[in-house]
Design a protein around this ligand. Structure first.
Ligand code: PLP
Length: 309
């Protein structure tokens, strides 16, 4: 993301202010200890104007993440939803990656933060598919990393919280150092968990499976969307523990997340998945996903929030 891509305005504590003014002091608690919660949301250019995909579910998860840590976001979910729409509109964006963010501000270095509300902001940026636009068709090479995902009794992976992402940074940087596009972490039992910022699906003999919430995953909204779409197509999706070798023996593997969208995985640990190309089920679900988010066909589940309404 180059600097020139930055939009002019940021939503910060309920006000729309210039990008340059949205700064924090270095004593900010969140910078030292990762005491922040965030969301990644996408707005797509649809025939009826810019629409934010599953905004309510993302905002709900932001509040869920805060609740897990007993943090208070001093706005209502409706106010955050409106802030997301406003900041897309005010920046004149057609499509955007949105980053609602709430963090413990400049309140001293004590680990036990004072009972003060979080600072809250929303950025809206132009951002292409996280793992590269060409990867959507050609797939990516991934590897299991030596770093496990967080175990459920270490830190709650159900919270999209700043501190968790040091784990994701270890996973993704190790993979990239070894020449892969993305790393996949194992869970506390040695089974598949997820990518650094993407949930994972495995297909074999027409059956789709994905690791359960107890495998140290972030319960992705894209994951939920793809399960819904797969069920619509009549596929069974099993949420079950997946051993590492199931990735090697799969017909198809794909990863998903708001930032990465739906990405085929063409190899794992240098073992080719299926025939090394995007598989038919992956393609079908990927196409259905892009049609849905881009407002092609009807919005069956009411998941599009139009910015101009
Ligand atoms: C955000 C995130 C995902 C994807 O979640 P979505 O709701 O689909 O965007 C998956 N894994 C991790 C670790 C994440 O942070």
């Amino acid at each position: 993301m180059s600097k020139s891509n930055y939009p002019e305005l940021i939503w910060y504590n309920g006000k729309v202010i210039p990008w340059q003014e949205a700064t924090v002091h270095i004593v900010c608690h969140a910078i030292h200890y990762g005491s922040s919660v965030f969301e990644g949301v996408r707005c797509y250019d649809t025939p009826k104007g810019p629409a934010i995909f599953r905004l309510k579910e993302h905002t709900r998860r932001l509040f869920d993440s805060a609740k897990i840590y007993r943090f208070e976001i001093p706005f209502t979910e409706e106010e955050i939803n409106q802030g997301c729409k406003d900041i897309v509109k005010e920046n004149g964006l057609k499509s955007a990656y949105l980053r609602p963010f709430a963090f413990m501000g400049a309140h001293g270095l004590g680990l036990n933060p004072p009972k003060v509300p979080l600072e809250t902001s929303i950025m809206a940026l132009n951002w292409g598919s996280y793992l590269g636009d060409e990867s959507l068709e050609n797939g990516v090479d991934a590897a299991i990393t030596s770093w496990n995902r967080l175990a459920p009794n270490t830190m709650p992976t159900g919270a999209k919280a700043g501190g968790n992402y040091l784990s994701s940074i270890l996973i993704t940087t190790e993979a990239k150092r070894h020449g892969y596009v993305e790393g996949i972490g194992l869970d506390q039992n040695g089974c598949i968990s997820e990518g650094a910022g993407e949930n994972i699906f495995v297909v074999r003999d027409g059956v789709i499976s994905t690791p359960p919430l107890t495998s140290g995953i972030l319960p992705g909204i894209t994951r939920n969307t793809l399960i819904t779409l797969a069920n619509e197509f009549g596929y069974t999706v099993r949420e079950q523990a997946i051993p590492r070798e199931a990735l090697y023996l799969a017909d198809e593997v794909f990863m998903c997340g708001t930032a990465a969208e739906v990405v085929p995985v063409r190899s794992v640990d240098q073992i080719t998945v299926g025939n090394g190309k995007r598989g038919p089920i992956t393609e079908k679900i990927q196409k259905a996903y892009f049609d849905l988010v881009k407002g092609v066909g009807d919005d069956k589940w009411g998941w599009l929030d139009y910015v101009n309404e």
